[in-house]
Design a protein around this ligand. Structure first.
Ligand code: F6R
Length: 619
């Protein structure tokens, strides 16, 4: 939530503002209620800020241009304290002379008490935000200490909550100071210029050299470099890394929306996540895990913690990991996990799944699990993010940057990484599925080409979506691994097309939800392969007949060549054949495409749906 950019260079020209605005454009997916910039202009700081999308700020800058500067910060907001108004937009100025500007991501939990103290001292506020409180505090601390880094250090000691803060001061041009606690901040290292960003997308157009910061650190950038200290003032060093993707990966690549592009990136997301995970003999090798085989062999229980789409990836993983390893797997919504008195021991493996690596609920669940002695592995798509850093080990997904707010390619990559983890555990434990690990990996290797084929057949799904632009409610049914896909199909439709959508386990239908079926009610049904175990296919075909008999309009996703569904389907969407456990990598694709085009048909903003933000960094 909230995108943050900082820049400092040598030229006193328009570069600073251009870099910050470009960074904000790349970060707008993180929050888009309002946006603003501040830069050092001679003996003062100048700000421009505007509620609404970034385009409003661009127009404001055209109407009221800013002077050249070496030093600038910018912010795109997802409102927490105070509505999305011009006044509440960041940056906020601090101090009576207004020489300081500050931006913030996160929530300052003790802001009320701090604000009362400032009010008692006669400070006047121009916004309702917790951020402005910090701006005044840092400005006051600067007046005492005459150094922005020291001022920031003095103030963060009194702050509670999660925050990334960036500040500039007119009396210290050529310096941007950042601080982070439980909220993202990365440093970009350039030539004669340095950068700060909520994530590397902020500066990917300028440098791929990045520096990861740990918790509770302050970084000071100048054109000459970056200096890191801990909140207690002791010197520290960031961890340097190279970003593996370039600016083109964070652009639309000829598609109308990021979401469409990312749906088409999916064959690569799966293939890249499989890369380098087997040796020449086909055995799985996960050296990157840095957890000993003995520790993993001792695991007797797995808990997956995640939110939203990532939690549905966890639900798919549960079926596969339990089947292959016979270890009991539980999937917990991360925000519930901490409060349900979880049963965790040192033999529990807690696997967190997060695209951003910054979801606060998931981060807190991981910290809680660690405090209870669990072994923690993060399945994550973002290098340099907080959750991998706070976990014992990380298994990176390689989906590349996901910019559309609705998750698509990260979901497929998460499922793929969980399969890899499950197969690795099966191989380690040497049970009956250990020998199968290699053949499943081989079959997984064939999935990217199947997704490609499927994507080539989506014209009819697009058409169906267009016809259904006025639909008020859609139901989704699935069984076994099809059940989380039904949930994911419903979530995509809710968030993108603002349509009431529900996913059910098809077997649950007769226990209540069938009452929702009335003539014309559209229902997507995800049908397992006719080869699925326990006669599951026949049972789902019966479910289709039951709802059809009550007037439902059935949109059936079935394996190609499965003729048995044809008599009961208003539409059949065929997906290439694959084994039952791997089918989610295919069956979800038409549902993503459907949500994308229905949202488009309604004229909605596909990449930035209302009320949402890409990375939920508040609890
Ligand atoms: C839905 C969606 C969200 C995220 C959830 C977790 O399309 O994107 O439900 O999956 O907020 O986010 P990460 O994976 O970043 O932890």
């Amino acid at each position: 939530m909230c995108g943050i950019v900082g820049y400092v260079g040598r030229s006193n020209d328009s570069t600073a503002l251009e870099v910050v605005m470009e960074g904000l454009a790349r970060l707008e997916y993180r929050g888009y209620d309002s946006a603003g910039v501040a830069l050092v202009d001679g003996d003062h700081v100048e700000t421009r800020k505007k509620s609404g999308k970034l385009a409003n700020l661009t127009a404001e800058l055209e109407a009221h241009p800013l002077a050249g500067s070496t030093t600038a910060i910018g912010h795109t907001r997802w409102a927490t304290h105070g509505g999305p108004t011009d006044a509440n937009a960041h940056p906020h100025r601090g101090g009576r002379d207004g020489k300081l500007a500050l931006i913030h991501n996160g929530i300052i939990e003790n802001f009320h008490a701090l604000r009362q103290g400032l009010l008692a001292d006669g400070v006047e506020f121009s916004s309702e935000t917790d951020t402005e409180v910090v701006a005044h505090l840092v400005a006051a601390a600067y007046d005492e200490r005459g150094d922005l880094t020291e001022a920031m250090r003095a103030v963060v000691a009194d702050l509670e909550g999660a925050f990334t803060l960036l500040a500039i001061h007119a009396d210290q041009p050529g310096v941007v100071v950042g601080a982070r606690r439980n909220s993202p901040l990365v440093v970009g290292l350039g030539d004669d210029a340095n950068y700060l960003g909520s994530d590397v997308a902020a500066f990917i157009g300028y440098t791929r050299h990045a520096l990861e910061l740990a918790q509770d650190q302050i970084v000071t950038i100048t054109p000459d470099g970056a200096t890191v200290i801990n909140f207690d003032g002791t010197p520290a060093e960031g961890t340097a890394y190279e970003v593996t993707w370039d600016a083109a990966a964070a652009e639309k690549g000829g598609y109308a929306t990021f979401m469409e592009k990312e749906i088409h990136d999916q064959p690569h997301a799966v293939a890249d996540t499989l890369l380098g995970r087997t040796d020449a003999s086909g055995r799985l090798v996960l050296d990157e895990l840095r957890i000993s085989e003995e520790q993993l062999e001792a695991v007797d229980r797995i808990t997956i913690v995640a939110c939203g789409t990532a939690a549905y990836a966890g639900m798919v993983a549960k079926y596969a990991i339990e089947h292959w390893t016979r270890i009991p797997v539980e999937v917990a919504l991360a925000h519930e996990f901490r409060y349900c008195d979880p049963i965790v021991s040192e033999r529990t493996l807690v696997v967190s799944i997060s695209q951003s690596g910054e979801t606060m609920d998931t981060l807190m669940a991981v910290k809680h699990a660690r405090s209870l002695g669990a072994l923690t592995i993060s399945v994550c798509n973002t290098h340099g993010s907080t959750i991998p850093r706070e976990s014992d080990a990380v298994l990176y997904t390689h989906a590349g940057p996901e910019i559309a707010v609705a998750s698509t390619k990260a979901f497929l990559a998460q499922i793929t990484a969980c399969y890899v983890l499950g197969l690795y555990l099966a191989q380690l434990r040497g049970g009956s599925f250990a020998d199968d690990a290699q053949s499943v990996m081989k079959e997984l290797g064939e999935v990217p080409a199947k997704i490609e084929t499927l994507l080539g057949r989506m014209d009819r799904v697009k058409e169906i979506a267009r016809f259904m632009a006025d639909t008020r409610a859609v139901l989704f049914l699935g069984r076994h691994v099809g059940y989380p896909i039904a949930l994911e199909g419903a979530l995509k439709l809710k968030e993108l097309a603002y349509i009431h959508a529900e996913g059910f386990a098809a077997g649950e239908l007769k226990h209540g939800p069938i009452a929702l079926i009335e003539p014309g009610q559209p229902v997507f049904v995800i049908v397992p392969s006719p080869t699925a175990e326990h006669g599951l296919h026949g049972k789902v075909v019966s479910n289709i007949q039951e709802i059809r008999a009550r007037g439902a309009r059935t949109l059936v996703i079935a394996e190609e060549g499965d003729e048995s569904v044809v008599p009961f389907a208003d539409e059949v969407i065929s997906v290439p054949a694959t084994s039952q456990l791997l089918a989610p990598l295919l069956t979800v694709v038409p549902l993503q495409v459907f949500a994308l085009w229905l949202s488009t048909a309604k004229g909605l903003d596909v990449d930035q749906p209302r009320n949402l933000a890409k990375s939920v960094t508040v609890e």
